[in-house]
Write a protein that binds this ligand. Structure first.
Ligand SMILES: Cc1cc2nc3c(=O)[nH]c(=O)nc-3n(C[C@H](O)[C@H](O)[C@H](O)COP(=O)(O)O)c2cc1C
Length: 239
């Protein structure tokens, strides 16, 4: 499914109609989740719906999805990569969603392996917005190649506190991906930049797919150090 069109029109929805979605809609969401490609197939995730979650910056919604892992490396990035495919899917089905980084399952199902919560449902008003309404850093702050269509898609990616903790450097044959290292006090308050990187790579993958280029991501490799960032990995550039 081409989720690309939703990249430039989705928004974090924070007001929902109080009525729940139908069983059929929830089953469709479950089916969609199981068809989304992971970033790392060896860091499997599980998903469960919850009716009650709590935390700071909480948003009341008819449904919540809790994403959990098994404690494996890469699962936070995977949660961002798969969860954002769901966010784009919701937008393409006229539904809304918002990531809730500080919320926890309020029921006895809660586990230490829970990674993140997403709220979703039928939004009050439209789940979409115009591209002019996105609030983002200037694209030149996050890349050396601002005209690249895949990088433009990353530029619109959501992140916790809208930090956009990524830098994308285009070199010969490789798109190098860097993760911003936050400094105190921000680093004490916000610890989800790996989820954000997964979200950014989801937008990159959706754009690559849309423009007929295979998306191949490699963790690690060699790259020049960048002050304030940690080199993370690279995407093959196919012209
Ligand atoms: C990992 C993560 C955690 C987030 N946590 C919250 C949250 O706890 N509460 C909230 O209202 N929004 C939360 N957001 C939504 C962001 O604030 C929002 O995506 C960002 O400001 C960009 O706005 P946009 O999604 O409308 O483009 C979170 C987003 C991400 C990616």
């Amino acid at each position: 499914m081409d989720l690309f069109n939703s990249i430039s029109r989705r928004k974090a929805c924070r007001k929902y109609v109080a009525e729940p979605l139908s069983e059929i809609q929830l089953e469709e969401i479950e089916t969609a989740l199981n068809t989304f490609k992971p970033l790392y197939p060896d860091a499997p995730l599980s998903y469960r719906f919850a009716s009650e979650t709590k935390g700071v910056f909480h948003v009341k919604a008819p449904h919540y999805l809790v994403i959990s892992g098994q404690g494996k490396k890469g699962e936070e990035e995977n949660a961002g990569f798969i969860g954002q495919q769901l966010m784009l899917w919701l937008d393409s089905h006229e539904l809304g969603g918002v990531w809730l980084g500080a919320s926890k399952d309020a029921t006895k199902e809660r586990s230490n392996l829970d990674i993140i919560v997403l709220a979703f449902g039928k939004p009050e008003g439209s789940p979409h917005r115009a591209i002019s309404e996105f609030k983002r850093k200037p694209i030149s702050d996050i890349t050396n190649s601002p005209d690249d269509e895949c990088i433009k898609a990353v530029h619109l990616a959501p992140s916790g506190l809208n930090i956009q903790p990524w830098y994308l450097e285009k070199t010969k044959g490789k798109l190098l991906v860097y993760r911003q290292l936050l400094k105190p006090p921000m680093s004490l308050a916000y610890k989800l930049t790996r989820v954000d990187i997964g979200i950014a790579l989801c937008h990159c993958a959706a754009a690559c797919e849309h423009f007929g280029k295979p998306f191949r991501f490699h963790l690690g490799g060699n790259a020049e150090a960048k002050k304030g960032y940690e080199y993370y990995g690279y995407v093959d550039i196919v012209d």
